[in-house]
Design a protein around this ligand. Structure first.
Ligand SMILES: Nc1ncnc2c1ncn2[C@@H]1O[C@H](COP(=O)(O)OP(=O)(O)OP(=O)(O)O)[C@@H](O)[C@H]1O
Ligand SMILES: [Mg+2]
Length: 300
């Protein structure tokens, strides 16, 4: 559906300082019909990437292609985009804003009404559309933003932090809607730094860390690849020999938990038996996606 190739970006903050390398040559692909999460800590470069994809920031090096070969401008009407900080005219009502956005996408008044009928209630913003936007809460603005993004029935939906500023119910509403739109065949790419939200909705992720892609692919495969490597064993006492083999990660009420590389597991068991130490539990250490993304220091 779209492909980013060797994208680089430097920002110069002032005349004297060296430019900061914000994107260090990133490449990734999103296939038709996929729903992909774009993960990374604050400042990783997610918004910069998305802005470059949308043509709001210049591309210094690399390329971005949409819908296999076509030029972005020709296909822009097939894309729905929600910026990180969308701007709405505060003196307009929600309805006027939605109608204005719809007209920018060349939708007829009837098409706009159909889009509003289809999505405004689902987004729980229907009751507020007659009110002026300057009275909207942060979550209401976010809901209005999503409505404007999907109004023209785009094939590809790109959202920068669509869940920020929403309460748990709002997050669920948007997540459910994204899944539903994806089930209808739409391709969805959205950034977030809340890993559990991404895990709930997506099968695939692109993980960005300090301007570099550290992982792209299936979430399950990533977790699986991390799960096989380490075992956790809980024993009833300490032992120097076991400590030579494995790392103690916690000690509580004489219960000692070791982290063991999988190839040392059998030796660990043998030594424990020979030392008369009881192994109360032994299991694979299954990290959460959140732990993988944020605790590996970028080396997934
Ligand atoms: N216009 C700009 N001028 C200078 N530096 C910028 C500019 N825009 C972004 N940067 C820098 O680029 C880096 C990446 O910023 P970006 O907004 O892309 O991160 P992000 O992953 O979207 O973070 P967040 O999760 O906080 O939204 C940051 O170090 C930021 O300071
Ligand atoms: Mg951002």
């Amino acid at each position: 559906m779209f492909e980013v190739k060797d994208l680089k970006k430097n920002y110069k903050t002032d005349f004297w300082t060296k430019p900061v390398e914000v994107l260090k040559g990133i490449s990734f692909k999103v296939g038709r019909g996929e729903i992909v999460g774009f993960l990374g800590a604050n400042g990783a470069g997610k918004t910069t990437t998305i802005k470059m994809m949308m043509g709001f920031t210049s591309v210094e090096q690399g390329s971005i292609s949409f819908f296999e070969q076509s030029k972005f401008k020709k296909e822009a009407h097939r894309i729905g985009y929600l910026p990180e900080r969308p701007y709405f005219y505060p003196h307009l009502t929600g309805m006027e804003m939605v109608r204005y956005m719809g007209s920018l996408c060349n939708l007829s008044p009837d098409q706009i009404s159909q889009g509003i009928d289809k999505y405004a209630k689902r987004l729980r913003i229907d009751h507020a559309l007659s009110r002026k936007i300057n009275g909207y809460s942060k979550g209401m603005l976010q809901r209005l933003g999503v409505l404007c993004t999907i109004l023209h029935d785009p094939d590809l939906i790109i959202l920068d932090e669509p869940l920020s500023g929403l309460d748990p119910r709002g997050r669920k509403d948007i997540k459910d809607l994204l899944v539903e739109l994806n089930n209808e065949g739409k391709t969805i790419f959205f950034s977030s730094h809340i890993v559990s939200d991404v895990e709930e909705v997506c099968e695939k992720v692109v993980v960005l860390d300090f301007g570099e892609i550290v992982y792209q692919g299936d979430i399950d495969e990533l977790i699986q690849s991390k799960t096989d490597a380490i075992y956790l064993a809980i024993t009833n006492s300490k032992s120097n020999k076991l400590q030579d083999l494995a790392r103690i990660i916690s000690e509580k009420d004489a219960m000692v938990t070791y982290s063991i590389d999988s190839h040392k597991k059998n030796e660990f068991i043998k030594i424990a038996i020979s030392e008369g130490i009881e192994i109360m539990a032994l299991h694979k250490d299954t990290p959460t996606l959140e732990e993988i993304v944020y605790k590996t220091g970028g080396e997934i």
